[in-house]
Design a protein around this ligand. Structure first.
Ligand code: FAD
Length: 407
């Protein structure tokens, strides 16, 4: 039962936290909502930071999910630039870094993650950037000038999006990746090959199997990126995009079960029944992947933030989304539904060389994943086929003459 004297506290005023706070009010919760974030900005969406904001085509304010007036209108107590230092579960109380205390009845952890840093000499030099926040994007943007030499360390999603935006701004870009293919951790070989060709066609130099050993200030200005094979890449700016570290330290220190993030069930509930978690920090079993996943995506931040808030109010929740991720690079919109695995049969529709294609992944006669470029309509239908567990024939998927809508 929730009364006006009930307090629900949300730690982390990012996308998941913003949606959780808004949802509590939309569900009619009349108690106190406290939203605590250590950034100065109101909750915002991060995807444009590597795209339109970095390209100078959108303002930082345009990515705000809620502005200060909307937060006030929802009667949310928003504590900006405030860091939660610890959780005392017995006292149901949080300690902030300034030593003030806040009591809670229910707690929602939306602490997201931070950019992983490269542990090599010179990683702290000015000119070496990471990209997670609005402030990071504002520092990096001016460095992506026409003819600037930009080295991107890490050929994952963020690195490739930064590479595409830097090229769009006229910079000379080198991507340095330790693995033998791009986005190796998250996509099948076929998409890695497509991404490599896409970037090469746009003049991005891609170095695979290349490990950075240090960054060294160059006599002529800028930095030399030193590689383990003895090469050095002269650069005016470096962007390190080597993944995310989940901010689960608070939860671990409070004794909540964690495993590469905070473990939650389909009700977004942690191992403490009064504490919920959502977004990039949460790890949950996903039936579409048949294993635990920590989803780092816009879709999950929003939907799990909503689900956690509803669950905290005692609503009946079963959160088990078909994972969806998108990226925009060099004018190509890429989307991935589901979790492809090497054991699935791959079927191609369209032609990657034309820029419009879908790779379907089948488990027997069941479509389990689909990904593609500039094929939003086909992918929308593919999503329905996956979610409805429709039986399909490989030859129908491969034939552009067969309408997916009819399947
Ligand atoms: C540059 C970039 C591009 C992206 N592009 C895409 C894309 O194209 N498609 C897609 O699907 N996804 C994309 N994503 C991923 C998506 O933005 C994230 O999955 C989403 O932002 C996660 O939201 P979140 O609320 O869980 O975490 P976050 O947005 O990280 O928010 C967590 C907040 O909690 C704060 N916090 C942490 N600890 C504390 C504490 N102790 N006290 C107070 N506050 C704390 C953090 O500082 C942060 O403000 C992108 C991400 C980035 C960074």
């Amino acid at each position: 039962m929730h009364t006006e004297s009930t307090t629900i506290v949300i730690i982390g005023a990012g996308q998941a936290g913003g949606w959780a706070a808004r949802t509590l009010r939309e569900e009619g919760f009349a108690g106190r909502v406290v939203l605590i974030g250590d950034e100065a900005h109101p909750p915002y969406e991060r995807p444009p930071l590597s795209k339109a904001v970095l390209a100078g085509e959108a303002t930082p304010e345009s990515v705000h999910l809620l502005d200060a007036a909307a937060i006030a209108a929802l009667s949310i107590d928003w504590l900006a630039s405030a860091r939660v230092a610890s959780i005392d579960r017995n006292a149901r109380q949080l300690m902030l870094a300034d030593a003030s205390a806040i009591r809670y009845d229910k707690l929602i952890l939306c602490t997201g993650g931070r950019a992983r840093e490269l542990d090599v000499p010179g990683a702290g030099l000015p000119g070496v950037h990471t990209l997670r926040t609005i402030d990071d994007a504002q520092r990096l943007g001016p460095a992506l000038k026409r003819d600037a030499r930009v080295a991107v360390v890490g050929g994952g999603w963020i690195g490739l999006e930064v590479a595409a935006t830097a090229r769009q701004r006229g910079a000379a870009v080198t991507v340095i990746e330790t693995m033998q293919r791009l986005c190796e951790r998250s996509v099948p070989q076929a998409l890695s090959a497509y991404l490599q060709a896409l970037h090469a066609a746009q003049g991005v130099e891609v170095l695979l199997g290349a490990a950075v050993t240090s960054f060294v200030p160059a006599a002529s200005g800028g930095l030399d990126v030193m590689l383990s094979d003895g090469r050095s890449i002269p650069s005016d700016a470096v962007v390190v995009g080597i993944g995310l570290v989940p901010n689960d330290e608070l939860a671990r220190a409070a004794g909540l079960e964690c495993d590469g993030g905070v473990l939650v069930d389909a009700q977004c509930r942690t191992s403490d029944p009064d504490i919920f978690a959502a977004g990039d920090v949460a790890v949950a079993r996903n039936s579409w992947a048949d294993r635990r996943l920590r989803l780092e995506s816009w879709q999950n931040a929003q939907e799990q933030g909503i689900a956690a808030a509803r669950s905290a109010l005692g609503r009946d929740i079963h959160y088990d989304p078909l994972p969806w991720f998108w990226s925009d690079q060099h004018g190509t919109n890429l989307q991935i539904y589901g979790v492809p695995s090497p054991s699935h049969q791959m079927v191609v529709r369209g032609d990657p060389e034309t820029g419009s294609f879908v790779f379907f992944y089948l488990d027997g006669e069941r479509l389990v994943a689909a990904l593609g470029g500039n094929a939003a309509r086909d992918l929308r239908f593919a999503r329905r086929l996956i979610e409805r567990r429709t039986q399909v024939r490989a030859q129908d998927l491969a034939d552009p003459g067969v309408s997916l809508a009819k399947l």
